[in-house]
Design a protein around this ligand. Structure first.
Ligand code: HEC
Length: 104
């Protein structure tokens, strides 16, 4: 039920200006990435620190063109998740990167 609600909410958000936080939630990234705490994936803080000043590299990673630098041992887990965002525009991926980088 909640999932259904999020999906319909996500659909209406897509037509608005790219909102990194909304995309992050809508694409289910929150299930593995918390702000300050490592869960299945590294915390957003850790990711933001690793990519500080390297937004271009982060966008590249999100496009599936980069190498894992945060936790390479688990890279395959994250690589599978990239299919969730493969249809996003450059503007949307940029907004997503901006959102992640704010956690530094
Ligand atoms: C099933 C759990 C899972 C989901 C869902 C997930 N991630 Fe990850 N993510 C991981 C794991 C594990 C790593 C550590 C491996 C790595 O560093 O690539 C990671 C690493 C990352 C990194 C760091 C990449 C690097 O250079 O090391 C970024 C950025 C990232 N995730 C973004 C996202 C975004 C955006 C989403 C939503 C589309 C997402 N993740 C969804 C598990 C997940």
């Amino acid at each position: 039920m909640i999932k259904l609600l999020l999906v319909s909410l996500g659909g209406s958000l897509m037509v608005m200006a790219a909102d990194g936080e909304a995309i992050f939630k809508q694409k289910g990234c929150t299930s593995c990435h918390r702000p300050d705490m490592d869960t299945v994936g590294p915390s957003l803080k850790k990711i933001a620190q690793a990519y500080a000043g390297k937004k271009g590299d982060l966008v590249k990673f999100l496009k599936g063109q980069g190498e894992a630098i945060v936790d390479p041992a688990k890279a395959s887990v994250m690589q599978m998740q990239l299919s969730r965002i493969k249809n996003l525009s450059d503007a949307e991926l940029g907004a997503l990167a901006d959102y992640i980088l704010k956690f530094k």
